[in-house]
Design a protein around this ligand. Structure first.
Ligand SMILES: C[S@@+](CC[C@H](N)C(=O)[O-])C[C@H]1O[C@@H](n2cnc3c(N)ncnc32)[C@H](O)[C@@H]1O
Length: 332
């Protein structure tokens, strides 16, 4: 019983006024504020949230924050009032799902987002090392938790396409060279991959490409403005094929919502995978997003700009499938 806090969820019209008022009533500052949307306080006995609503202000629901809760759940009491039941970790997960731009990791910072990659040292070839040295300064942008000025970065105004997890970058270099009227931002965490793409881009003098070596989730959250991208490419993301690792898969609803927020109306999201059950998950998650429209009836034909990779060619010869998905963000 001592590990429980009573949860009060209120709907409010004026977030700033509510924060001032409830901070005074509760005797503490909120542990989390999402500008224009939400605030959360935790005291010894209470877990209180306010969420901006167009409806009449008042109680949204009650509940318990309970360290022993294994999953988020809700039930309705005899008076029709909803009681939620969640742990601090479960609440952090729900907050990140609702506001993917926020990185809330729970009251003690322990309930971090599960990453879609594991950083391995990896072997860096001499060529990649040289490319990092020779071409890094020209192509690589440092990660920074501040919006990137894309026009200044590329020295022009053009459609911008983000590629997440470019691997060794062969497709990225080929696509950037084949579409000179667009600018490409490649994001990858793996150093040999960055070296490999730098070698390809530097040696052929590709001008419409920049590289950020960092977790794409944080790049999206902090460096790319809403409605700023003409397209997003994610090719063969790690399938994390063991069921217990599925939570690491990149293509899940909160992440797709973050992607959609960065796409311009009419912008496209192009995914490809050679894992059938991941393809099914992708189709489910994208189809469930109300702001996206499928360009095809189910899976899409491979667009001409996406080159066949060596490994894909081999797979196709062996009769393995590859599934492309191309969805567009609805016009406002
Ligand atoms: C299976 S590989 C595919 C590489 C490439 N797209 C291809 O088709 O060959 C997935 C890549 O995504 C990268 N990756 C995974 N999660 C990422 C993230 N959150 N941010 C940046 N890169 C990520 C991994 O490092 C890995 O290189």
């Amino acid at each position: 019983m001592s590990d429980r806090k009573l949860h009060l969820a209120l709907g409010v019209r004026d977030l700033d006024a509510s924060i001032a008022d409830y901070s005074q009533r509760l005797g503490c500052e909120p542990v989390l504020v999402i500008a224009g949307a939400y605030a959360l306080w935790r005291t010894k006995t209470l877990n209180v949230s306010v969420r901006v609503t167009d409806e009449a202000p008042g109680l949204r629901h009650l509940g318990w924050e309970d360290a022993a809760a294994e999953a988020n759940s809700a039930e309705t009491d005899v008076n029709g009032i909803v009681w939620e039941h969640f742990s601090a970790a479960g609440q952090a997960e729900e907050i990140r799902a609702l506001w993917p731009q926020c990185d809330y990791s729970g009251p003690d910072g322990k309930h971090r987002r599960i990453k879609s990659f594991v950083l391995r040292q990896g072997h860096l070839s001499k060529g990649q090392e040289k490319a990092l040295h020779d071409f890094g300064p020209r192509y690589c942008l440092p990660y920074q938790p501040a919006l990137l000025d894309l026009d200044a970065t590329f020295g022009r105004s053009a459609p911008r396409v983000l590629e997440i997890g470019f691997g060794m970058g062969q497709a990225t270099a080929e696509i950037a060279a084949g579409r000179p009227d667009s600018d490409f931002i490649g994001v990858e965490v793996h150093t040999p991959g960055v070296g490999s793409l730098l070698k390809l881009a530097g040696e052929s003098g590709i001008g419409n490409l920049r590289i950020i070596q960092h977790d794409a989730v944080e790049v999206l959250q902090h460096m790319l403005a809403e409605n700023s991208l003409a397209g997003v490419h994610i090719y063969f993301p790690d399938p994390w094929h063991k069921k217990r690792h599925h939570k690491r898969r990149l293509i899940q609803s909160p992440f797709v919502q973050l992607l959609v927020s960065r796409l311009q109306p009419g912008g496209y999201l192009h995914l490809a995978t050679d894992w059938e059950d991941y393809a099914v998950q992708m189709l489910d998650v994208l189809s469930a997003n109300a702001e996206l429209v499928n360009s095809a009836d189910g899976y899409a034909p491979r667009p001409d700009y996406r080159p066949l990779t060596k490994f894909e060619n081999r797979g196709i010869k062996l009769g393995h499938g590859v599934w492309d998905l191309v969805f567009r963000k609805r016009q406002a």
